[in-house]
Ligand binder design. Sequence first.
Ligand code: ASP
Length: 310
Amino acid sequence: MSKFSIAIHGGAGTLVRGLMTPKLEREYTNALELALDAGAAILEQGGSSLDAVETAVKTLEDSPLFNAGKGAVFTADGTHEMDAAIMEGNELKAGAVSLITGIKNPVSLARDVMERSNHVFLAGEGAMRFAASLGYELESEAYFYDEVRYRQWQGIKDSDNFQLDHSVKKDGKFGTVGAVASDMHGNLAAATSTGGMTNKRWGRIGDSPIIGSGNYANNKTCAVSCTGSGEYFIRGVVAYDVSCLMEFKGYTLQQAASEVIQKRILELGGDGGLIAVDVNGNIAMPFNTEGMYRASLNSDGIRELGIYKD
Ligand code: ASP
């Protein structure tokens, strides 16, 4: 098998053509291309889907444009609390972290949880102690400071509201990042990373680090990374639901992904989207919002990049 495919996302939401300046649109496009190419370069050389998704997500985490890593949103306390997960589809190994601060690339810490601990999910202070034990250095608050994010937080910080990232209207847009890939060896992997919601409180955790909700990979079916209203995606067990429809109902990747995003999650009241690949190199990127930052590439050289619905 010499086929491979990769897809990435940078969040979904009220992305309407004309609301963004051409310059900002170019910046987003360039950032997506950079992450896609970084991941694809690994797959082209016969590398693993796990390395590809980690690399693609790290590239997105290093950009201030997305709500993950450097661009993570502010919590109600004016801090940054990040969540990330990674999973491989061969042995169903997974790692996740939540409520971590100061870590430049949360996705790499999630991978270390998977490969260098006996656990799957570490949170808060304990996750930070685990990072310290591996020699992770912490970035200062200044590294994560972003003027736009700060203003988003200032706008709602004295209220009980919390807000999904980049909204042009409240609750309009999500900036989580993710990557899914299928490599030449027939292995699937998925990774997701997020700063969660602006002004979030009480140790709120979304779907992104929850295996089966925001992130899932299984060689028998698919690899999935989600973005959207996390509370609904947790209740809908969205990523695993896509896999289940394929495994138990014989749906194709496209059918399963669109059934979940265009029907099931909408019926629950949630909005957002997902990216998914299967072992045959098929790619699905459905969303039920006005837009989703997304890009994909396969070994036939077919490249797609989009922000808006059309
Ligand atoms: N799903 C993420 C969360 O609820 C938000 C996002 O997709 O941007 O934390």
